[in-house]
Design a binder for this molecule. Sequence first.
Ligand code: SF4
Ligand code: SF4
Length: 360
Amino acid sequence: MSPAVVLDSLGPLIGALRASGHTVVGPVARDGVIRLTELVPGPDDGPTAGRADEQAPGSYRLRDDGRGLVFGHAAGPDSIKRWTHPPRSELFRMRGGVVERTPVEAPKVALLGVRACDLAALAVQDRVFLGGRHPDEAYRARREALFLVAVNCAVPGGTCFCASLGTGPRVTSGHDVVLTELTGPHRFLAEPGGERGAALLAGLPSRPATAADLEAAREVSERAARRMGRRVDPDGVKERLAARRDSPVWDEIGSRCLTCANCTMVCPTCFCVTVEDGTGLADGTAVRTERWDSCFALEFTELGGAPVRSSGGARYRQWLSHKFSTWADQFGTLGCVGCGRCVTWCPAGIDLTEELERLR
Ligand code: SF4
Ligand code: SF4
């Protein structure tokens, strides 16, 4: 018998996650965007229902979906990265020559509604932070504190291209539980991804999934894959980009790029950081903080006191070539999972799927 079950609503699932000590974070419409935000018990508890998004290069709009779906939208600007590799984290404090490492905060967090592309990005992050000779123990602690309730995308965004990279839209690994939202009647197919997920589902009010439920879920993913807004052909992209180093296309892109770094901030795999030191004048305590940085920042490219990538085109080339070429040399995988966030959130509407085509 399939271990899949059918849930009538998400309330008991959220309650069980809280009862096991997790802060539950899920998709909530806020300031015109679907954010991943803590769900707080009360009259507005639970993810926002009935909102769909329209995504295009440089454009994001919410509208009513007309169906009351909980997951009738694609990924918003937040990804799992915010919890595994937070935007700012204190590393240590120093006072009177004594250094004290700051304890790592790794609260138990259940992320509800993460997508297949986000789980693929998490697997990429795992290689970056946990592979090699110097694993990042803070990342490991935060990673292990996560419980991942994924959702199979029913409505891909206009900028998504996970299907062409083989990273979605169907969730296949890296999750504790995966949901598929079904209609007629409204319900959620819930499938465990491992023992933790199975134990959670066993304690919820549910009924066993039928063959019709499983078939309906399969159709949801197939339909989403067919409706994907964009595609990238990964065959030979690594070699192609390496051979286009001197293409005039880079300067043309640079004439449009604002070097604002939005693309790297929303990207679920970008990991670059810098450190900042601050000194408290009152008590003489020095604090070192790590924060996200970007290869689009001029200062980030400084070597020996001067930038080595002074033009926007050179910085865009560095970013795109890293994602689709040199990342594979470093980590054995592409650095892009096709989530489309960098396309949607680029204020200049620069679309890497189009730029890769121009660089063929
Ligand atoms: S590509 Fe777009 S989002 Fe990225 S730095 Fe340039 S203008 Fe900003
Ligand atoms: S490069 Fe763009 S599409 Fe690829 S993973 Fe990053 S944000 Fe998503």
